[in-house]
Design a protein around this ligand. Structure first.
Ligand SMILES: Nc1nc2c(c(=O)[nH]1)N[C@H]1C(S)=C(S)[C@@H](COP(=O)(O)OP(=O)(O)OC[C@H]3O[C@@H](n4cnc5c(=O)[nH]c(N)nc54)[C@H](O)[C@@H]3O)O[C@H]1N2
Ligand SMILES: Nc1nc2c(c(=O)[nH]1)N[C@H]1C(S)=C(S)[C@@H](COP(=O)(O)OP(=O)(O)OC[C@H]3O[C@@H](n4cnc5c(=O)[nH]c(N)nc54)[C@H](O)[C@@H]3O)O[C@H]1N2
Ligand SMILES: [Mo]
Length: 658
């Protein structure tokens, strides 16, 4: 019988502190004192910007609100961020540049009631299975589904059309779609004139991307590009859905902008059934950002640069708020490298395994003067900490709210008791705050939420009793007796120019191929992502036997397997310009020659992120996880024998169980 090899992580129930280089058990008093004392020492010696907070996109809004308040009030810095940086920060940046708001514009219901659905760089069947049910309902109701993905994923298998582009060629493809729409006279001239600006510059920039030029660069046949362009432009209603195939590139924000341009060109935004949906990753990564656990916004997506906004929060919180944006997670990494950032408080984040270039990340985290980790498991990140605080706020152990990808605020309720010894995330932060001279005490999650909505106009109308009554409410919701439409930006269609507000600008998005270039030494393009049976760094899903898969593996095309002379399950060496690792082969007919795929769900056994490159999008800070140059080599018999023990329980999965 094959079984999963990785041992499950056990829940943390005992605080720990580092002494003489080793973590040892400690009482809560000692651990909290040590945590607070280290922050006081570092901030005293180097100022508040020597501190960085990582907040948890899996935890509640209430927890995220308190975390960003801790950074801004207790410490006095805007250095607060989360895994949104590794994920959809380009979506937020791109949408905000176009519409002043970073939220997805549509609701799930509209995907069921639309004519064309384009899923661009998104494998929702595996990564967003609930949302994918809405997509399938849309298809059932007659919508045509296009999937744009280098791999023939299970999502692509459901599509009417699959556009198999080369990794990192989304801008040429989107540009050719735009050019074809313009040249066929299908652009929505009335909408462009009424609601947008910079059309001329955009139209000139896409002009070189003929269908033939795009086919050459992207590998997608001319006919398929033309068909997508005509279907999207002539549809009454159309939904553009994207996820990490678009954002996790060093041109992530430009990729997002290239898709937004298509909606502006055709008027597929601001109306029922037409919109732009970046499906967010973690259960509450939307909420984390909405709560201000990002370096440039205060709760309710309010810009820190606005003096009026700051004044409101300063009055409520009784401190002055710095007007400069804080450091993103990416910038915190740079600040650790150059010694400016000395101390980190990481709540429910596992950067040792989720950030690119693990070896570099290890050096950074090991060099911190004071590192506090608050998690529900003893992760690889926690093992590097000076203080480990066992949290008890996982989603079924606490009361609070989450926000999903359609901006819907929903209640979560405590269903089970947390393990003995662990403490609630918010209580832990209040304990540390009290040790740093802030008399913090929250009695309930509702008390926190009421504070949030008193400060964030877009959430003001969403009370706990109203959530109880309605079951979930989308923001914006300004008063307790109103609801807004399920989609955003209907103002763009207003005839009255005053009500229409700011025009939505087209953006020029030049093509820049992936940073990690293919070469004779590194001839294969590795893209990384998700599999249905596991979750992110595997901490929360790792220990559970999956009927689908037994360890991490590298998926290669049948052609490459022949070329390499390797068989299914055979161990191979995979090298990038940063590291070499060993993993078993899996042959995937959904891949073309020269393209490989891995997930990063099993880093104890196969550390995928040792391979990935730190090249990041300069606008949003997101790393290019989707494009690494690698080579794959057969192992010698001796090497195979040496590594086989680690993989002795095999890997293979059932057919189609990608
Ligand atoms: N089962 C499961 N579900 C999850 C997660 C999980 O770990 N496991 N994680 C959650 C999180 S945090 C997130 S952010 C979401 C992510 O959800 P998705 O973004 O859907 O997942 P990924 O597999 O990372 O990437 C999506 C697709 O991008 C494609 N791709 C790669 N390179 C390119 C490119 O250059 N262009 C285009 N167009 N496509 C490309 C890949 O082939 C892949 O199929 O999933 C969430 N849901
Ligand atoms: N190669 C590669 N790397 C990637 C990606 C990729 O596509 N390819 N995707 C990136 C993306 S999109 C993301 S979102 C990141 C994810 O990166 P991370 O957020 O670092 O990874 P997770 O595994 O989601 O880790 C979450 C941690 O939160 C803890 N936790 C869960 N609930 C709670 C709680 O209520 N309280 C507390 N205190 N802790 C809690 C868990 O125990 C776990 O240790 O990975 C990124 N890394
Ligand atoms: Mo994510």
């Amino acid at each position: 019988m094959k079984r999963k090899r990785t041992e499950p992580y056990t829940r943390l129930t005992q605080p720990m502190v580092r002494d003489g280089g080793q973590l040892r058990p400690a009482s809560w008093e000692e651990a909290l004192d040590r945590a607070a004392e280290g922050f006081r020492r570092n901030v005293g010696a180097h100022g508040p910007d020597a501190f960085g907070m990582l907040s948890c996109a899996r935890a509640t809004n209430e927890m995220n609100y308190v975390a960003q308040k801790f950074a801004r009030v207790v410490i006095g810095t805007n250095n607060v961020d989360s895994c949104n940086r590794t994920c959809h920060a380009p979506s937020v940046a791109g949408l905000a540049a176009a519409f002043d708001s970073g939220g997805g514009t549509s609701s799930y219901e509209e995907v069921e009631n639309t004519d064309v659905i384009v899923m661009w760089g998104s494998n929702a069947r595996e990564a967003h299975p609930i949302f994918f049910q809405h997509v399938l309902k849309g298809v059932h109701n007659g919508a045509k589904l296009f999937v744009v993905d280098p791999r023939r994923t299970v999502s692509a298998a459901w599509g009417d059309r699959w556009l198999p582009l080369r990794v990192g060629t989304d801008i040429p493809l989107a540009s050719a779609v735009a050019r074809e729409i313009i040249h066929s006279g299908l652009a929505n001239r009335a909408f462009i004139e009424k609601a947008t600006e910079r059309y001329e510059a955009f139209a000139a920039a896409v002009e070189p991307w003929t269908l033939e030029a795009a086919e050459k660069e992207t590998g997608v046949p001319v006919d398929l590009i033309r068909e997508l362009a005509h279907a999207y432009a002539t549809a009454d209603r159309a939904q553009l859905v994207w996820t990490l195939g678009i954002t996790e590139h060093h041109v992530g924000t430009e990729n997002v902008m290239a898709l937004i341009n298509l909606a502006l060109l055709t008027g597929h935004v601001g109306r029922y059934g037409s919109g732009l949906s970046p499906m967010r990753g973690q259960n509450n990564v939307q909420g984390g950002g909405d709560m201000g656990a990002i370096p440039n916004r205060l709760p309710g997506f309010q810009d820190i640069k606005s003096a009026d906004v700051r004044q409101k929060f300063e009055q409520a919180w009784g401190v002055s708020i710095r007007p400069e944006y804080g450091l993103t997670l990416t910038q915190m990494c740079e600040a650790m490298d150059n010694g400016q950032l000395k101390t980190i408080y990481a709540i429910g984040e596992n950067p040792m395994q989720s950030e690119p270039d693990t070896i570099h990340m290890f050096k950074r985290l090991s060099n911190l003067d004071h590192f506090v980790v608050q998690d529900i498991f003893l992760t690889k990140t926690a093992q590097l900490a000076d203080v480990v605080l066992p949290a008890a706020a996982s989603w079924c152990e606490t009361d609070g709210t989450f926000v999903n990808s359609e901006r819907r605020v929903q209640r979560v309720r405590k269903a089970i008791e947390p393990p003995q010894g662990a403490r609630d995330d918010i209580d832990i932060m209040c304990e540390i705050a009290r040790r740093l001279d802030r008399d913090w005490n929250y009695q309930s999650s509702e008390q926190v939420w009421d504070e949030v909505r008193s400060l964030a106009p877009v959430l003001a109308g969403i009370s706990y009793p109203r959530l109880e009554e309605l079951g979930g409410i989308q923001w914006p919701c300004y008063t307790e007796d109103t609801l807004e439409p399920p989609y955003l930006h209907s103002r763009l269609w207003e005839d009255d120019p005053d009500k229409r507000g700011r025009l939505a600008p087209f953006q020029v998005t030049p093509h820049r191929p992936p940073a990690d270039e293919l070469s004779a030494d590194f001839p294969i393009r590795l893209t990384t992502g998700r599999r249905l049976d596991s979750y992110n760094t595997g901490v929360q899903s790792g220990g559970f036997a999956s009927p689908l898969r037994y360890s991490e593996c590298i998926d290669v095309s049948p052609e490459d397997a022949v070329e390499l002379g390797v068989e299914e399950e055979e161990l191979v060496r995979i090298s990038s310009r940063r590291a070499s690792i060993v993993a078993p082969i899996r042959i995937d007919t959904g891949l073309r020659a020269g393209l490989a795929f891995m997930s990063y769900h099993d880093p104890d056994l196969v550390d995928t992120n040792a391979l990935t490159i730190e090249a990041t999008c300069p606008i949003a800070g997101t790393a290019e996880y989707k494009a690494t140059a690698i080579c794959v080599e057969k192992l010698t018999l001796d090497e195979r024998a040496e590594h086989q023990a680690a993989f002795d329980v095999g890997i293979v999965l059932t057919a189609n169980a990608r």
